[in-house]
Design a protein around this ligand. Structure first.
Ligand SMILES: [Zn+2]
Length: 242
């Protein structure tokens, strides 16, 4: 199997695996399993169980659910039992459809805002990506991880930071803080920095620092402290606002 086929293979199996986790969590599958199986076959993956699943009609729901773990076992997925089975981290592309549209829109917007700051400051860290741990927190929000170029950051010893927030500014803050941490762990530098003082910039420590303005700003603690730019508005060598 060449690299391209391998990518497609992984992606389709990811979809089936996501359906399995969905089933464990909610007791339901929100996608058509025969359809996913047919797509997996079309993508070049093959197996007797997969063929059987792909051949089922829409009324064969129960049979599809019975076949799903066998298809996954056939494709080499270790579903394990208990805690370890939740250790799989899924791509955003294969998981975003199962979350609230508002949450998806807010999270993707926040990612774009922070990506803009990364781009404008010329940080050479790759493209920022989102990933789902397959778990939800106590409030029912998905536990989302950051990564670069499709590779999730799994934490430097500690559990990795999850991102999210009740509104756009706080989701942006959460993504920005997560990116700072990922960059420090993976690339060992402080991002972003003040063009004037060459010191690392800080995010607001509490909502009250930016609530009046409606949007948080990057702040330098040099020379008594000064705001540099709003989040999403950084650029290289920007003249600092005083
Ligand atoms: Zn400064």
């Amino acid at each position: 199997m060449d690299g391209y086929a391998a990518d497609r293979h992984t992606w389709r199996v990811d979809d089936l695996k996501a359906a399995w986790y969905d089933l464990q969590l909610t007791g339901k599958v929100h996608v058509s399993l025969p359809h996913l199986a047919a797509e997996a076959l079309a993508a070049g993956f093959d197996g007797p169980m997969l063929r059987e699943l792909a051949g089922l009609g829409i009324r064969d729901d129960l049979e599809a659910l019975r076949l799903l773990p066998m298809v996954l076992a056939e494709s080499g997925c270790d579903l394990g039992s208990g805690e370890e089975s939740w250790g799989e981290i899924m791509s955003w592309a294969s998981s975003r459809d199962r979350f609230e549209p508002d949450l998806v829109a807010r999270t993707e917007q926040a990612l774009a805002v922070v990506q803009r700051d990364l781009d404008r400051t010329g940080a050479k860290v790759g493209r920022l990506t989102l990933h789902w741990t397959g778990r939800f927190d106590d409030d029912g929000e998905p536990q989302l991880l950051l990564g670069f170029d499709g590779e999730p950051f799994r934490g430097g010893g500690d559990p990795p930071p999850c991102v999210g927030g009740p509104d756009l500014p706080r989701t942006v803050l959460s993504v920005a803080a997560g990116v700072q941490e990922c960059i420090m762990e993976l690339f060992v530098f402080f991002w972003p920095e003040c063009p004037l003082h060459r010191r690392g910039l800080h995010l607001p420590e509490s909502d009250s620092e930016w609530a009046g303005a409606g949007w948080p700003a990057w702040r330098c603690r040099g020379a008594g402290g000064h705001d540099i730019a709003l989040l999403g508005r950084l650029c290289k060598g920007v003249s600092p606002i005083r």
